[in-house]
Design a protein around this ligand. Structure first.
Ligand SMILES: C[S@@+](CC[C@H](N)C(=O)[O-])C[C@H]1O[C@@H](n2cnc3c(N)ncnc32)[C@H](O)[C@@H]1O
Length: 305
């Protein structure tokens, strides 16, 4: 792996709520397996035909472990592979989760430590054919998301493509006590981070359409995650995907413990410490998701400069 840093010192205050979990890298790699099972052969754009042979340089922003870049390189899309001389780069505010460096003699990914809320260095502007940012919802409010999109647009060449993938920010209301508690915990944690305004970004599409992309090529959709694939419904999915998805969700719940303990009151309430209360909730959640699985919706936006 080769790494370089653009602004390490300013990044400390941005809180990524799952950052403290030792299993976060493992979870992100598991999550990619769900994508791969849901969208076989379409590692890059799930909604539109795309000519991979014209791609020279790819950047995965908020890359986590780098797993998406590795899958893109290994699988390509619709049977078409990337060019042999493609440059693959990953960027993240924190590179400690990177697990994917050089998993084969031909695969070389360069990683850059950078906060997407800050402008990228000028030498990176107008260089990329393809930029992706996936699953940063727990890290950004609407003002920050807008800033990130402005920064990413500058990186694209004319005709370059930006792909944004998120869980639907407006999911169905919770239907039971475990889901309600999860929602309250996430909202509570969010309000304690130092983000102003508080609240996650609910209007991602507005930030794409107001940034001078070719609007007619902006494409968004939601579909159940993981209970349906683009080609069918529940029945088309292997049970394994459902199990992985529940496991992924439980790992999120587990990972949030670090943030809960960080932000919670330290005094015991009703004789129970915050850690004990959390462990008891985790037990309930485990039972709940083991029996019902987890369904959310995916939101995918594609914009061409
Ligand atoms: C849920 S993980 C998603 C990782 C990867 N995109 C994936 O889908 O597997 C969110 C990632 O965003 C990174 N992140 C959070 N805020 C960021 C920022 N302001 N700039 C760059 N990366 C950031 C975190 O460090 C973390 O790796």
């Amino acid at each position: 792996m080769s790494t370089s840093s653009t602004n390490q010192n300013d990044d400390k205050h941005l809180e990524y709520l799952l950052a403290g979990a030792p299993t976060e890298a493992e979870r992100l790699n598991l999550q990619q397996k769900i994508f791969t099972a849901l969208f076989p052969g379409r590692e890059y754009i799930h909604t539109a035909p795309f000519d991979l042979s014209r791609v020279h340089r790819v950047l995965d922003v908020a890359t986590g472990t780098g797993i998406w870049l590795e899958r893109l390189w290994k699988e390509g899309q619709d049977g078409q592979k990337l060019r042999a001389d493609v440059e693959l780069q990953g960027c993240d505010i924190d590179l400690s989760k990177v697990t994917t460096h050089q998993t084969s003699k031909d695969l070389q990914i360069t990683y850059i430590q950078h906060n997407v809320l800050q402008e990228f260095p000028a030498h990176m502007h107008n260089q990329y054919d393809l930029v992706q940012m996936r699953f940063v919802l727990l890290a950004m409010n609407t003002v920050q998301y807008a800033q990130a999109i402005r920064n990413l647009r500058r990186l694209l060449r004319e005709g370059g493509t930006l792909q944004l993938v998120e869980l639907d920010p407006l999911p169905n209301p919770p239907t039971n006590s475990v889901e309600r508690t999860m929602k309250e915990i996430c909202e509570g944690l969010w309000s304690r981070t130092d983000k102003d305004p508080t609240g996650i970004c609910l209007n991602m599409l507005d930030h794409v359409t107001s940034n001078g992309f070719l609007e007619e090529k902006v494409n968004t959709f939601t579909h159940p995650w993981p209970f349906a694939s683009p080609s069918g419904f529940e029945a088309s999915l292997h049970r394994d995907v459902l199990l992985k998805s529940s496991q992924n969700y439980l790992m999120v719940v587990q990972a949030l413990k670090q943030a809960v303990l960080h932000y919670a009151q330290t005094d015991p309430i009703a004789g129970m410490s915050t850690a004990q209360a959390w462990d008891s909730f985790f037990e309930q959640a485990t039972k709940h998701f083991a029996s019902s699985g987890y369904a959310g919706s995916l939101y995918i936006a594609i914009a061409v400069k």
